[in-house]
Design a protein. Structure first.
Length: 288
């Protein structure tokens, strides 16, 4: 285990990131940015030795700002910051250096924070039955129009492989994990969690009339990591809503109905109101 400084038990380490070509299919406002799901894997892998934690259990994640990818695939010079807390958890942050346009002064810009921790006491809530989510007629969205009109990502991130079925009670979707090694084997294939976020994004477009992006979650548990090339089922239920935000609980299950990942309190937020609007065909038409 690495040694922490005597100042607030904080450790800062270089974290080189390889911006591989397929990451450029992940774009926000036509700008390629590092996906949060991939960043979480990088942080978990890099923090395992200093913290002694696998990264399978985390809480209080905050996706603070997008990390733009360089113009061409290549290295990104980033930093990992670890703060040891009195309860045995570790607050881990992803930072990059930003140079001032008017001087030679640089500062560290935070992009993501997550608290890695030991397993919580007591069981996690079980996933809802598909029959409960789809108790009323579902609105199906095919992958083609979904990735053309709703989540305009490139081929590497088009992993919702069947109709996404929407009702006011929640979302049911099928995700196919693409090949390729994960950044952190303990967390599994990051494309699976990323695709689950696409599914709840589509829900907010239909039932809230807004395009949302993930900005954090309350708690995540990965009892058995997802694997490349395999198929998974996503179930999600909406929780609290406020102006411009919508929260969800998300479960990822394998074809034997075993829970492979639980993410509670995922907050989706409208980041570009007025600039990004759902197409008319997805928004539920109000009656009465």
């Amino acid at each position: 285990m690495g040694s922490f400084s005597q100042v607030k038990d904080r450790l800062r380490l270089p974290l080189p990131i390889c911006a591989s070509p397929r990451l450029y299919d992940h774009r926000v406002m036509d700008r390629p940015v590092l996906p949060a799901a991939h960043a979480l894997g990088l942080l978990a892998a890099a923090a395992q030795e200093p913290t002694g934690l696998s990264g399978c259990h985390s809480r209080e994640a905050t996706f603070e700002s997008f990390l733009p990818l360089p113009e061409k695939p290549g290295p990104i010079q980033a930093f990992l910051e670890i703060l040891e807390e009195s309860d045995g958890s570790f607050l881990v942050s992803l930072l990059t250096k930003i140079a001032s346009k008017r001087s030679a002064i640089t500062r560290l810009k935070p992009h993501l924070h997550v608290r890695f921790c030991s397993p919580r006491a007591g069981p996690l809530p079980p996933p809802p039955a598909a029959s409960l989510l789809l108790a009323e007629p579902a609105f199906p969205v095919k992958p083609g129009p979904l990735y053309r009109d709703l989540v305009p990502f490139g081929p590497a991130f088009r992993n919702l492989s069947c109709d996404v079925r929407l009702t006011p009670a929640g979302v049911a979707a099928v995700i196919t994990a693409p090949p390729g090694p994960p950044a952190c084997p303990a967390l599994g294939c990051p494309f699976v969690f990323d695709a689950a976020l696409h599914a709840v994004n589509v829900w907010t477009q239909r039932y809230r009339g807004m395009v949302t992006f993930p900005v954090g979650y309350a708690q995540r548990c990965v009892p058995e990591p997802t694997r490349e090339g395999e198929e998974y089922v996503c179930r999600a239920v909406p929780l609290a809503a406020s102006a411009g935000t919508q929260s969800f609980d998300i479960w990822l299950l394998d074809r034997e109905d075993r829970v492979r990942e639980t993410v509670l309190g995922v907050e989706m937020r409208e980041l570009f109101p007025g600039l990004l609007q759902p197409p008319a065909w997805i928004v539920e038409k109000k009656t009465g």
